[in-house]
Design a protein around this ligand. Sequence first.
Ligand SMILES: [Cu+2]
Length: 384
Amino acid sequence: MRGGRQRSRAGWAMVLVLALLLAGCAIGGDTGEIPQNALDPAAGTVAEEQDALWNLVFPIAVGVFILVQGLILFAVWRFRARGEERELPKQVAGNTRLEIFWTIIPALILALIAIPAVRTIFTLSTVDEDALNVRVIAKQYWWEFEYEDPAQEGVVTSTQLHIPTGREVRLSMQSVSSSVPYNPNELPEGELTPTGSAAQGVIHSFWVPRLAGKVDVVPGHTREMKIVTDEPGLYLGQCAEFCGLAHANMRFSVLAQTPEEFEAWIAEQAEPAADATEGMAAEGQRVFESAQCVACHAIGGYPTGGEPGGEPIPLDQQPRVGPNLTHFNSRDNFAGGILDVDSDEDLQAWLRNPQAEKPGAQMPNLNLSDEAIDTLVAYLRTLD
Ligand SMILES: [Cu+2]
């Protein structure tokens, strides 16, 4: 008897702990807002359609749950053994009328749900003719965004996807290995063969809860997805499929801007970087070359530094193992959204030892001296 009571106390303690944990999810940090709340859809067809479907299915599911659980509890209570009484209740084997009834009712409920569900699938799978096309490349452990429309050539960024409001965005998503040097422009269109770097990628999942449900990014395939919003703002997202050590730090965001702001941003990003010609920054550019940064990172317009008047290497012939740094200093955050671009300390800490900031990151510790780090920071600051 005693053992039973203790066990039930432990059970209640578990429930309490779980309830507290769940309450923590609801509070949403110091701002009181919940930036990744799938139940708070941003204005726009994708999120709204998915939310409408949820609003339809959820009450039905709750109704079914209460009915079924209620009947179970009722049967348990009504036919429980009482005192010494060991007589079985009346045994019923088969009741055709009842069985037809409880087959037809769920079938009708499912049919009712299927109509809007199928309609939503079709709505979400068609994309406007004038949609913005962005290739999304998922790597351990960061997201790369490459704008594919001809007028946006050379615009490649990481961790923060900019989109214009009021225009559908078609995301073509691929997963590739981060540790193998590769040029994403050499990946064939459409389905990838299970050879080469794509085969060594792992499954990631693109999830911006306020914009759309998650879509898995599977190596060897191109997964398409549509997002759209009418509300300018910052929408936080994260990889939602366990992909390795730094999975929890594979965050990203979508910044929705008015079409004018977006076009201005694109124009800026399409510009190549200028050479650093003076002081610490020029020294940093030399370190960037000698410390092997160029083996993994692309910089549009680079490199002309060493030899004045030299020909810059086109962006699509530069390595893209790590993020394109052409406009690094114009970003808000880096390393999968966990560090602040504006903070010199964050940048120094990253260059001193990436692993300490983001365990599992595919950028090696290059054992740079503090002096070299300072010059590199000065150089990275010129990449606006
Ligand atoms: Cu991931």
